[in-house]
Design a protein around this ligand. Structure first.
Ligand code: SF4
Length: 211
């Protein structure tokens, strides 16, 4: 990880999932501050807004706190937790992230949860060994071990995003299946932009200026 904390911009936890989906999408949202709402993002936000509301409460030895803001300046990471459980008997924190869909084949949700755990560890000088993902569609809670492999994957991803932010250059589009589910498709115009890029490439090969 970059050693100079002062010249490093803090990364929002949500940027990790955006980057895994598409580095260009991550740059458009977090570097260029572009955001277009579609059904998926709107629905996701409604779910989070519903989860975020409510005062802290305690039940059966667990304290529940919603919409908890976390900030880890040493890591260069910040964000908000949907729910934080504090288990009094073991004095342990357990972050819970709500998702609208169902468990995914990739680690994208787990990485986000791990980032939350890493923030809690820096803030509270504690060890977070387990988190949980709660899936709206299946109404299932999945406990996730914050193990060494997941930590390494999350930190490597964070470093890539910090590099992207430091360079300040939005990557070119790579058109693929995922573009169809992208909330920024209209703004990105990946097919058009790829066409532009190939014409620029041909012109450059022949040392011609683009008109
Ligand atoms: S439309 Fe495709 S290339 Fe463009 S930001 Fe979205 S996923 Fe990335």
């Amino acid at each position: 990880m970059h050693s100079d904390v002062a010249d490093r911009r803090s990364v929002t936890i949500s940027a990790l999932q955006h980057y895994l989906f598409c580095p260009r999408q991550c740059a458009l949202i977090h570097l260029e501050q572009v955001w277009q709402e579609n059904f998926l993002t709107a629905h996701g936000r409604q779910l989070h807004e519903r989860v975020d509301s409510g005062a802290p409460e305690s039940r059966k030895g667990v304290r529940f706190e919603r919409g908890v803001t976390v900030n880890a300046p040493k890591l260069g990471l910040h964000g908000q937790l949907d729910l934080l459980e504090y288990h009094t008997a073991s004095s342990t924190y357990l972050p819970v992230e709500y998702k609208r869909g169902k468990p995914k084949a990739t680690n994208v949700d787990k990485v986000q949860l791990c980032a939350q755990a890493l923030c809690m560890e820096e803030m509270m000088a504690t060890q977070v060994e387990v988190g949980a993902l709660w899936y709206w569609q299946t109404r299932k809670r999945l406990e996730v071990e914050i193990d060494a492999a997941l930590r390494a994957q999350t930190l490597a991803l964070l470093e890539q995003i910090q590099n992207l932010f430091r360079q300040g250059r939005t990557p070119q589009p790579e058109y693929g299946k995922h573009c169809k589910a992208c909330s920024l498709y209209e703004l990105c115009q990946p097919k058009l932009m790829q066409g532009d890029r190939s014409s620029a490439y041909v012109l450059a090969m022949f040392n011609l200026d683009e008109k």
